[in-house]
Design a protein around this ligand. Structure first.
Ligand code: HEC
Ligand code: HEC
Length: 254
């Protein structure tokens, strides 16, 4: 089982290199300015009408269930640049607050890199969704144990294991597969629902749309419940995924 999923990750990685060669290839080195990213994240850009990212994503970029906003911290540099570009180009539509398209458009290409570098610079931080209070508010909350089984093993003949692309517990496999471990519950449910009805369709080779169409509502809630709590490393497993692969081509200026 473990061997198989490792192979799958190697294969997915090879595909990822092809698709992402346009973002930053071995020859092309881009510069990303963490200080500029931090400044925009905390203060916005008044002249361009960009609000501070922290108002909706939280000061530590951990996301907020109350707003349906995602965690951005350490999700992956290449993935964040891609999403900001997709929002700006209208390939992905913000179906929640209807604000990300306008915000991304108002950012320069350089700003997007700077913001992604800043968001990838946080120390590891845990802030799982508060499933108890979401339940108390009347939200449908799934079962973490069933979600864990689906993320790790899938459901034979019906659903592929999330882990085969997103890595152990969904900790991410840079550059194509974002970290979905400890992503916020409400955001996870929204995205899986949007992939399923193709209202979000910016995934390379429709990978997520295909997977999501195999999921029931219960599968979505269960996977999201587990992922929102999932630790992205296990003591002693020797792997610390830091989503820094593509950062090697990015010259960081602090
Ligand atoms: C008004 C609230 C608000 C503000 C301000 C805001 N965001 Fe967002 N952001 C959201 C919401 C809500 C979503 C989820 C939208 C969706 O479902 O597509 C989101 C999604 C994103 C995503 C997609 C992440 C992923 O995991 O795919 C990125 C990247 C992002 N925002 C970056 C930023 C940056 C950078 C700024 C500041 C320049 C910013 N946001 C400001 C509310 C906000
Ligand atoms: C065949 C590979 C593959 C498998 C298997 C897979 N995913 Fe994905 N997933 C992707 C790719 C690629 C993306 C990034 C799409 C993009 O670039 O916008 C993604 C993105 C996501 C996102 C969006 C994250 C964000 O921050 O917006 C969620 C949520 C997600 N996957 C959940 C899952 C779940 C849950 C499963 C298992 C039921 C799963 N995925 C299985 C390839 C896969």
């Amino acid at each position: 089982m473990r061997k198989l999923s490792n192979l799958a990750i190697v294969f997915c990685g090879a595909v990822a290199m092809l698709v992402f060669s346009g973002v930053s290839s071995a020859e092309e080195t881009v510069t990303a300015n963490v200080a500029n990213g931090k400044n925009i994240f905390e203060n916005g850009k008044a002249d361009a009408g960009v609000p501070a990212c922290s108002t909706c994503h939280g000061e530590k970029a951990m996301g907020m269930d109350a707003m349906g906003s995602p965690r951005l911290a350490n999700v992956g540099y290449a993935y964040i640049v891609k999403q900001l570009t997709d929002y700006a180009d209208g390939k992905r539509n913000d179906l929640t607050m209807q604000q990300m398209n306008g915000i991304a458009k108002a950012l320069s290409v350089q700003d997007r890199r700077d913001l992604a570098a800043y968001e990838n610079s946080f120390p590891r931080n845990d802030e799982p969704s508060d499933l108890k209070s979401l339940k108390a508010e009347g939200k449908a909350v799934g079962d973490t144990a069933l979600g864990q089984a689906l993320v790790r093993y899938g459901d034979k003949g019906r659903v592929s294991a999330c882990m085969s692309c997103h890595g152990f517990n969904g900790r991410g496999a840079d550059p194509m597969y974002p970290k979905i471990a400890q992503q916020k519950y409400v955001y996870l449910v929204n995205q899986l629902t949007h992939w399923r009805d193709s209202s979000r369709a910016n995934d390379p080779m429709s990978q997520m749309q295909k997977i999501a169409k195999t999921l029931t509502d219960a599968d979505i809630n269960n996977a999201a419940a587990f992922l929102s709590q999932a630790s992205d490393s296990t003591p002693g497993d020797g792997m610390e995924i830091d989503n820094q692969t593509t950062m090697k081509n990015v010259k960081i200026v602090k």
